[in-house]
Design a protein around this ligand. Structure first.
Ligand code: BDR
Ligand code: CA
Length: 338
């Protein structure tokens, strides 16, 4: 048939996604993108202790969903602490309430009327993934927080992995740290959980992309963008503007990362991200390196053969560079769209 004669454009079905969050200023940026972008079908959000205590994380998450009128998305409370580590919140980064201490009434944000789902996050994830498997519509899971919920899920209900297409997690790094000189916050907060998730994904054949600090800071929006957003007509735009402005103020700079939102961009627009498949090991014992993701880039088999540790068994698609301008536009256009 000649092109254009009787053909119809096929619009791909939205990608089913679930976010696991510790909202979090940049988790909020990620939620805004996931709840609004037409390429995604946001099926649920699960919460875990991280940037703030888990109850505060639930409150913050419900507020971000309410801003976009997405009270249809179930939100579940998960674990209140890491598996072994003591919880260490990040109020010095994210403010006392974990989400920028914003004046919700001043911003004209709608009041939160929805309640959390009665199920524990792990049970909600299990239910949704089992259903996804039955429908043969596997879900992309996007953890943006310590991996405690996901470790518990995969060890308690490993069959749920059949409902997973892919895990794209924000955490770790090949080259840098933030919580310590060597470790990224989400992995450092619960290193055992991160190690369990990598091990379980290998065992259960779930592909994993590590959206780590090597790219996390690269997708940035400016104070000028924040001012434009803040003058916007929608609650979403004003919230987005306030989140960016908070970060600029806190760090005394003129632009801010969209942070965790980059991992959501990776699902919407994978061509904007470059990755390399590499073995990754989570360091659990080092005094100054606990929580480091050791990314093995050795090329010579001779070195590997003589290494008593050998090679980590889990191979992960490690994010190495990002088209920052493309994703900056993706985020800005989406949060302005409502
Ligand atoms: C990660 O830690 C948290 O503070 C952010 O929300 C992000 O998920 C960056 O290391
Ligand atoms: Ca986070």
């Amino acid at each position: 048939m000649a092109a254009g004669a009787g053909t119809m454009d096929v619009v791909p079905a939205p990608i089913p996604v679930i976010l696991d969050v510790d909202t979090g200023v940049d988790d909020a940026c990620a939620l805004l993108l996931a709840e609004l972008h037409p390429s995604l079908n946001l099926q649920a959000v699960t919460c875990v202790a991280g940037n703030a205590g888990v109850d505060q994380v639930v409150t913050n998450t419900l507020a971000v969903l309410a801003a976009a009128g997405r009270t249809d998305v179930p939100v579940a409370r998960g674990t209140a602490r890491p598996l072994i580590e003591v919880p260490r919140e990040a109020r010095h980064v994210h403010g006392e309430d974990g989400m920028g201490d914003l004046d919700h009434a001043f911003l004209g944000l709608p009041p939160v009327t929805a309640a959390a789902d009665p199920r524990h996050a792990v049970e909600l994830l299990r239910d949704l993934l089992d259903e996804a498997h039955e429908r043969t519509e596997p879900v992309t899971l996007v953890p943006l927080a310590p991996l405690t919920n996901i470790a518990l899920l995969l060890r308690t209900y490993p069959q749920a992995a059949k409902g997973l297409r892919h895990i794209v997690f924000m955490g770790g790094a090949a080259n840098i740290g933030n919580a310590t000189a060597s470790a990224e916050f989400n992995v450092w907060q619960d290193p055992e959980a991160a190690a369990v998730v990598l091990d379980a994904c290998r065992e259960l054949s779930v592909p994993v992309t590590m959206y780590g600090l090597d790219v996390f800071y690269d997708v940035r929006v400016t104070r000028v963008d924040a001012t434009t957003l803040s003058a916007g007509a929608s609650a979403v735009a004003r919230l987005a503007g306030a989140l960016v402005a908070f970060q600029c103020e806190r760090f005394g700079i003129d632009d801010a990362t969209v942070g965790d939102a980059g991992a959501v961009c990776a699902v919407i627009d994978p061509d904007g991200l470059r990755t390399t498949a590499l073995p990754v090991h989570v360091e659990l014992t080092g005094a100054r390196t606990r929580g480091q993701t050791v990314v093995d880039r050795r090329r010579w088999a001779g070195d590997v053969r003589h290494d008593p540790h050998g090679v980590a068994p889990t191979v992960v698609d490690v994010a190495t560079s990002v088209d920052a301008e493309r994703w900056r536009r993706l985020w800005l256009e989406t949060v302005r769209s409502q």
